[in-house]
Design a binder for this molecule. Structure first.
Ligand code: HAM
Length: 422
């Protein structure tokens, strides 16, 4: 039974108030993106697996453990675990002219086969951006500000921005060596996974959740210790821009991101308050090679489920999740009027009003259905009104009934409520 009625573990059907909340969020996102000069890019959910292996990184959890990957007809495919690599795959197929200064945003499902728990899904949704402008601390700060502005537009402006640097590509080997040397005397305090990670991808030790590892990590110096002046100056410049824009942030000297393509600026955003351990968003500057082209950009992704969770927690979700009642409910007395209502309903809809009717029944049962629907108006016709081309328009709140000519455009103009996204 279970497998026939339940979605795949860690995945959800989204409908009702939740779907309405998401629609509202998406509308706000589109409006914010427009003001920042971003255009939408919809990449396929399925990509060749190689798109992610080389960019996200062979030794990351995402590639090693979490991808839904499979073979078909001799090729390996993968459900996208994140958005950046697909966007860069698209960019790599364009000419340099077309990618210079590109600003893309996306909204859609991502797939990671993680252990499901609160706030962690196997299909989740991201709203993200990628900006391919000439690298500079100013662009990085602008993109971070966009992310904070978007969160504020949703009503979750009071978040915590944690900022750090991954350093220039040339610094990466030195940082890894430095970390290995600093961790060497503490090997006994690390978990088995981390002892393996030291050789494979030592940065992963920094975001291990094990208590013992956390203690060791807290005693480490900032990663900037092993970086050159250029990397430190770049981070300071980003911080300076954020301060001038009034974007609040906190330096997090041991912050690392779970994906390997980053260089220079990286950040993570968490909600403030209790129980909010999970990041709602993350981003940074990156460089990757795809299709023989080296591409660099800066971007972020926000977890829609996590923001919706924050809105819920703060009591802000209900205002955008309310059910929309029809403008008008059609009531037909007698067979001819009931049959003609189907035609009238179509004309009213074409003229902009939302309307519904009951499939039949007595006046009383139809009015009960109208009441239950929450419709603001009922339009009532019997055979006499049908013959005369008139109807009775009833205000459901006051009970007041007015005779009207049964002209769809006129009725629609009177009953259609203004809509936010019309
Ligand atoms: P990420 O940090 O892996 O970055 O994911 C971004 C956000 O997606 C997270 O902060 C979280 O809110 C949400 N998220 C990730 N995994 C899950 C999950 N299993 N369940 C629910 N929500 C989840 C990226 O994906 C990068 N592509 C961001 C980026 C864009 N960097 C540069 N450009």
């Amino acid at each position: 039974m279970g497998t026939q009625t339940q979605p795949v573990q860690g995945m959800s059907d989204v409908t009702g108030g939740e779907a309405r909340l998401w629609q509202w969020m998406e509308g706000k996102a589109r409006e914010t993106m427009r003001r920042y000069g971003f255009v939408e890019l919809r990449t396929p959910i399925l990509e060749y697996e190689s798109v992610f292996r080389r960019t996200v990184g062979e030794t990351t959890d995402v590639v090693q453990k979490e991808m839904y990957a499979f073979e078909r007809g001799g090729r390996r495919y993968c459900m996208r675990p994140e958005g950046t690599a697909g966007v860069m795959r698209h960019a790599a197929g364009l000419g340099a002219q077309e990618t210079a200064g590109a600003r893309w945003f996306y909204w859609g499902p991502m797939f990671r086969c993680e252990r499901p728990q609160a706030g962690r899904k196997r299909q989740f949704h991201q709203c993200g951006v990628e900006c391919l402008e000439e690298p500079s601390p100013a662009v990085d700060a602008e993109i971070l500000a966009l992310q904070v502005d978007l969160l504020a537009a949703w009503g979750v402006g009071d978040v915590e921005v944690k900022l750090n640097t991954r350093g220039a590509k040339g610094d990466h080997a030195r940082v890894a060596e430095g970390l290995r040397a600093a961790l060497a005397p503490r090997l006994g305090d690390l978990c088995d996974d981390c002892r393996r990670r030291i050789g494979e991808n030592v940065l992963r030790v920094l975001d291990c959740k094990e208590e013992g590892c956390r203690k060791v990590v807290e005693s480490l110096p900032p990663v900037t210790e092993w970086m050159g002046d250029e990397s430190r100056a770049y981070l300071d410049a980003v911080a300076g821009h954020l301060e001038r824009m009034g974007v609040a942030y906190r330096r997090e000297p041991l912050l690392v991101r779970g994906l390997d393509y980053y260089e220079h600026t990286i950040w993570e955003i968490t909600g403030t308050g209790t129980g909010q351990q999970n990041a709602v968003a993350g981003g940074g500057r990156y460089r990757m090679e795809l299709g023989g082209r080296e591409l660099c950009g800066v971007g972020f992704a926000i977890g829609i489920e996590r923001v919706a969770g924050l809105l819920e927690e703060r009591g802000l979700a209900a205002a955008h999740a309310g059910e929309e009642a029809p403008d008008v409910w059609l009531v037909g007395l007698g067979d001819a009027a009931a049959a003609d209502n189907l035609r009238l309903m179509r004309e009213l809809r074409a003229a902009g009003a939302s309307c519904r009717m009951a499939p039949g029944g007595s006046m009383k049962s139809q009015m009960r259905a109208a009441n239950k629907s929450g419709a603001r108006w009922a339009l009532i016709r019997g055979d006499d009104e049908l013959a005369a081309g008139t109807a009775a328009l009833k205000d459901m709140a006051s009970g007041e009934q007015t005779p009207v000519d049964c002209v769809a455009a006129d009725i629609a103009a009177r009953v259609a409520a203004p809509r936010e996204n019309a």
